[in-house]
Design a binder for this molecule. Structure first.
Ligand SMILES: Cc1cc2nc3c(=O)[nH]c(=O)nc-3n(C[C@H](O)[C@H](O)[C@H](O)COP(=O)(O)O)c2cc1C
Length: 211
């Protein structure tokens, strides 16, 4: 295997300044809708990068569960490693790697917790198994075995056997409020199209970036 020889040209399409929406969230919606409409697998999967209070970065995949004029919503365990990073440093980055479309979208900004009511509304819409899983998993902590995890799950299932699970206090949503959003479309000879929207005094400015 020669990894250095593994490459391809990006030729599917281009991105023009005149075709961009004035608001990057609208532009994001267009690309996201195209991905959803073409049954792109896991189109709502995004990489979330956080930085600890000590400056140590880490990235992991989460699912986009909401999009509005303010930003991008995902749900997780507030006590997890990412939750602890966010508690100490609210600067985060998101990445949508829509590689089959030769596209990526990069987002950076700050993150805010959703209200307990908004988190509960989503939690209660989830399948029962996911609700119990959120209670059963002390996300990011070590555990001795798969059996120990099953025991935790079974204990929770027993606790809620006669009633619907409530929303755990340690679980809920975050909204990423963007300050910069970049749309990248692969082009031939690595001369890709890149447009970066940046929030300047409350208004979005757009610039083409060199690839
Ligand atoms: C496709 C995919 C979707 C995922 N979605 C979520 C999610 O929405 N929320 C979440 O907490 N973890 C999700 N995970 C698991 C995270 O990547 C990660 O393992 C977990 O949140 C623990 O991260 P942390 O220890 O850095 O906090 C997903 C993983 C994959 C591969």
């Amino acid at each position: 295997m020669n990894i250095a020889d593994y490459r391809r040209e990006y030729t599917q399409s281009g991105l023009n300044r005149k075709d961009l929406a004035a608001d990057p969230l609208k532009q994001f919606e267009r690309w996201f809708k195209q991905a959803l409409d073409s049954d792109y697998p896991d189109a709502n999967a995004m990489s979330l990068s956080t930085v600890s209070a000590e400056g140590k970065p880490s990235a992991r995949t989460v699912l986009l569960k909401g999009l509005d004029d303010e930003g991008f919503t995902f749900f997780t365990n507030y006590n997890s490693a990412k939750g602890q990073d966010i508690a100490g440093n609210n600067q985060v980055a998101l990445l949508f790697p829509w590689l089959q479309f030769e596209r990526q979208v990069r987002i950076s900004g700050t993150v805010e917790m959703l209200s307990p009511e908004a988190s509960a509304e989503y939690f209660l819409s989830r399948p029962l198994g996911s609700q119990l899983g959120a209670w059963a998993s002390d996300q990011s902590k070590t555990i001795a075995s798969r059996e120990a995890l099953s025991d935790q799950f079974n204990a929770i299932a027993e606790r809620f056997k006669d009633r619907s699970p409530t929303t755990p206090e340690h679980w809920g949503g975050y909204k990423v409020i963007p300050e910069a959003i970049e749309f990248w479309q692969g082009r031939e000879s690595r001369l890709h199209d890149r447009f970066e929207y940046r929030l300047v005094e409350g208004l979005w400015e757009v610039h083409r970036l060199q690839p």
